[in-house]
Write a protein that binds this ligand. Structure first.
Ligand code: SF4
Ligand code: SF4
Length: 237
């Protein structure tokens, strides 16, 4: 690992370190995972990836990570095929051994990815919709802090400068999302870089501003919402 790469990831991690919400959202979703672990820290639900050079940085600075290789896992081949060139699949020692300063970029980003619109502009954050039924954040988008939003955007601007092919990878993924949502006749929810929430039409790209009461809840969080002891903040902070 070159010193330049080491300085790059050290700096990138420092500028993208805030949690998504003011509190640890892992406490919110873990009770709904049979293993009692936050879903994004359980490789039966989500396997993180790292850039090759990021992997070099991590393995020379911490013993937290190893390469993921689970030949028994039924989705193994699919996951390997879906992993973009220049990335590796990794696994950490477990949620109770997390070292926050050495979380990968995918850990820090989850459940979001940079959304590239019809005009090839990085307009904000979309989310991995496959996790709507598990990730608590996706039922509580109004709780994302502006700090997190700005750090996410800043980090991906730096990454897109360093790895220009990443813009194209996320553009392709945004196209897949538009096709998927177009077929389902659903609008895509975007956390816009201007700090507001919008629905975006997958076909025309037209934006419609959202208010808190427009936001959906999913899976068990829809049921939990109806329970009398729920006490969440209700504003985008
Ligand atoms: S990001 Fe989602 S899945 Fe991960 S800990 Fe937070 S609520 Fe759970
Ligand atoms: S490094 Fe931390 S945040 Fe990332 S998967 Fe492991 S326990 Fe979860």
């Amino acid at each position: 690992m070159s010193r330049v790469e080491s300085v790059f990831f050290n700096g990138l991690y420092k500028q993208f370190e805030s949690p998504i919400t003011k509190f640890n959202c892992g406490y919110k979703c873990a009770p709904y995972n049979q293993k009692g672990v936050p879903f994004c820290c359980d490789t039966h639900h989500a396997v993180p990836t790292a850039y090759q050079s990021e992997w070099g940085y991590l393995k020379s600075h911490t013993n937290l990570w190893h390469l993921w290789n689970n030949s028994d896992f039924k989705h193994t081949n699919n996951l390997i095929n879906l992993t973009p060139e220049g990335h590796v699949l990794i696994e950490c020692l477990g949620h109770d051994k997390c070292q926050r300063e050495y979380r990968s970029i995918t850990c820090r980003s989850f459940p979001f990815f940079p959304y590239i619109d019809h005009n090839k502009s990085f307009i904000g954050l979309a989310y991995y919709w496959q996790y709507e039924d598990r990730c608590w954040i996706l039922s509580n988008l109004q709780l994302i802090t502006q700090q997190y939003l700005q750090e996410f955007i800043g980090a991906y601007q730096i990454l897109f400068d360093k790895f220009p092919e990443e813009t194209e990878n996320f553009r392709q993924y945004s196209i897949i999302m538009r096709r998927t949502f177009g077929r389902k006749k659903r609008a895509i929810t975007i956390i816009h870089r201007n700090g507001n929430l919008y629905k975006i039409s997958p076909r025309s790209g037209r934006l419609r501003r959202l208010v808190y009461t427009d936001l959906q809840k999913f899976g068990p969080y829809k049921i939990a919402e109806k329970l009398p002891f729920l006490n969440e903040d209700l504003v985008l902070t």
